[in-house]
Design a protein around this ligand. Structure first.
Ligand SMILES: Cc1cc2nc3c(=O)[nH]c(=O)nc-3n(C[C@H](O)[C@H](O)[C@H](O)COP(=O)(O)OP(=O)(O)OC[C@H]3O[C@@H](n4cnc5c(N)ncnc54)[C@H](O)[C@@H]3O)c2cc1C
Length: 385
C-alpha cells in the first residue's frame, strides 16, 4: 500500500528566530519533535548514536491509553496524546500502524477492577464493564475461561501503535521538509557556549551548531544530563518484550491481563510483556542482560492461555533494555533552567505521548511555552551542582 505522508501535514514558515535545531535521539520522541519542527519551517538535524528506533521505541508494547488512576494533568495530557494519533492516522492513512481496536483488562485473583472502572467513568474515560460472557462480542480472540470471574473492563477508545513504523513515517516527513537524519554517530553530547546550549558534538567527531538543542535519548537522558550537573531521578527498569511468530488469530484489542500484556502488530505477530518477566531479567555487573529460557517459555505460555484456541507460540524476537521511567512516574519536559537552549524529553508512556510531546516541544522551541506542560517541568526536581 502506498501512503501519502508528505502532503498530509504541510510545512510552514517558522515564526521565531530559533530556526536551526538539533534533535538528539532517534526514538519516537526525537522523531516526532523533529517532524513537528521541520513542518513548522525549522532547519532540523536529527542525530542518533545507532539506527533509528534502536532504543525503547524498538521494543515497546506501545498501548495507547490513559487507563487507571493518575494525576489530572497527566490524564489530560495522555488523552490529548491519544487524540493526536486519531488525527495522524486519518490524515496520513497510516491506520495499519496505528489502530484503535480497544483495550481489555481484568484483575488478578483476590483483586478487583471495580474501583478502576468507577474512576474511569468519573473522568469521562470510555470504560465498559463486561461480564465474562460479554467479552467475546467486544474483544474477539480472548479465551473467556481465563477472564476473572467478576468480569473485565473494556476501553473502546484505546489502541496501539507500531513505533518503528511510526518513526520511519515521521523521519520521512523530516526529510521531505528539508531536514537531515544522521544515524550511527555514536554518543552525542551537548555543546555549551556561555552556559547556553548551542550545538552537539558526537563520538564520531561530527559537530552540529544550532539555536536550540532537543535532548530525547530515552532512558539515557538522566545519564547525559548528569554530565552537565543536572540530576533527574529515575526508576527505569530493564524490560523485556517478546515478539511471536505470525499467528492467524482474531485478537485485535490490546490485552492487559494479570500475567501478560499482548498486542497485535501489523506483521500478524503478537508482542508480549509483563511485570514478572521483566523482574526475571538478569542484569550483570558489566551491564549486560541475560534472559532465561524459562522466562521466555513462561511468558509464551501465559499468552497462549488467554488467547482463544490457546495457540502454540514461539518467540522470534526479543527486545531487552531499559524502559525510561522518571522518578515520580510523570513526564519530564521542557527547557532546562540550568542550561538555556536545551530542551529535554524523558517519559514513560512515550508511545501514548509521542506525537503530542513532539508537537508541544516544537512549539516551545519555536514559539511559546505550552500551558499543558507546566506540571511536568524538569525543575520540579533538578538541582544544579
Ligand atoms: C517493554 C516496554 C513496554 C512499554 N509499553 C508502553 C505502553 O504500553 N504504552 C506507552 O505509551 N509506552 C510504553 N512504553 C514506553 C515507550 O515505549 C517509551 O517511553 C518510548 O519509546 C521512549 O521513546 P524515546 O524516544 O524517549 O526513547 P528511545 O526510543 O529509547 O530513543 C532514544 C534514542 O536515543 C539514542 N541515544 C541514547 N543516548 C544517546 C546519545 N547520548 N547520543 C545519541 N543518541 C543517543 C538511543 O540509541 C535511542 O535510539 C514501553 C516501553 C518498553 C521498553
Amino acid at each position: 500500500m502506498t501512503h501519502e505522508t508528505r502532503t498530509a501535514f504541510p510545512a510552514r514558515a517558522a515564526r521565531t528566530g530559533a530556526h536551526r535545531v538539533v534533535v538528539v535521539g532517534g526514538g519516537v520522541l526525537g522523531a516526532s519533535t523533529a517532524a513537528h519542527l521541520a513542518r513548522a519551517g525549522a532547519r532540523v538535524d536529527l542525530v542518533t548514536e545507532a539506527e533509528v528506533a534502536s532504543g525503547a521505541s524498538g521494543r515497546s508494547l506501545s498501548w495507547l491509553n490513559s487507563a487507571g488512576a493518575r494525576s489530572d494533568a497527566y490524564h489530560r495530557l495522555r488523552t490529548v496524546g491519544i487524540d493526536r494519533y486519531r488525527t495522524f492516522a486519518t490524515r496520513t492513512g497510516l491506520d495499519d500502524r496505528v489502530r484503535f481496536d480497544g483495550g481489555l483488562t481484568w484483575a488478578a485473583p483476590g483483586e478487583s477492577h471495580r474501583e478502576r472502572h468507577a474512576h474511569e467513568l468519573s473522568t469521562g474515560y470510555d470504560s465498559v464493564w463486561l461480564a465474562r460472557d460479554e467479552v467475546a462480542a467486544w474483544a474477539p480472540g480472548v479465551d473467556v475461561t481465563a477472564v476473572a470471574e467478576e468480569g473485565a473492563v473494556f476501553n473502546p477508545g484505546e489502541g496501539w501503535v507500531d513505533l518503528p513504523l511510526l518513526v520511519d513515517a515521521l523521519l520521512e516527513q523530516v526529510r521531505a521538509a528539508g531536514g537531515e537524519v544522521h544515524t550511527g554517530t555514536g554518543r552525542a553530547r551537548p555543546v555549551l557556549t556561555g552556559g547556553r546550549a548551542n550545538g552537539v558534538a558526537t563520538a564520531s567527531g561530527r559537530a552540529f551548531t544550532a539555536d536550540a538543542v532537543v535532548w530525547a535519548t530515552g532512558p539515557w537522558v538522566p545519564r547525559d544530563l548528569a554530565e552537565l550537573g543536572v540530576h533527574l531521578p529515575q526508576s527505569s527498569p530493564v524490560s523485556l518484550l517478546l515478539e511471536t511468530q505470525r499467528v492467524e488469530h482474531p485478537l485485535r484489542a490490546v490485552l492487559n491481563t494479570p500475567r501478560v500484556a499482548i498486542r497485535p502488530t501489523p506483521r500478524g505477530t503478537f508482542v508480549l510483556d509483563s511485570g514478572w518477566s521483566e523482574q526475571e531479567v538478569v542484569v550483570h555487573d558489566d551491564g549486560d542482560h541475560e534472559v532465561r529460557g524459562s522466562t521466555v517459555a513462561g511468558l509464551l505460555d501465559e499468552a497462549s492461555r488467554v488467547l482463544v484456541g490457546n495457540p502454540r507460540l514461539e518467540a522470534v524476537r526479543r527486545g531487552v533494555g531499559p524502559k525510561p521511567v522518571p522518578g515520580d512516574g510523570e513526564p519530564v519536559v521542557g527547557e532546562l533552567r540550568e542550561v538555556p537552549g536545551l530542551h529535554v524529553l524523558f517519559t514513560h508512556s512515550g508511545a501514548t505521548l509521542g506525537l503530542v510531546l513532539g508537537e508541544f516541544t516544537a512549539r516551545e522551541v519555536l514559539e511559546e511555552r505550552v500551558p499543558l506542560l507546566e506540571p511536568f517541568r524538569p525543575e520540579r526536581f533538578t538541582t544544579a551542582r
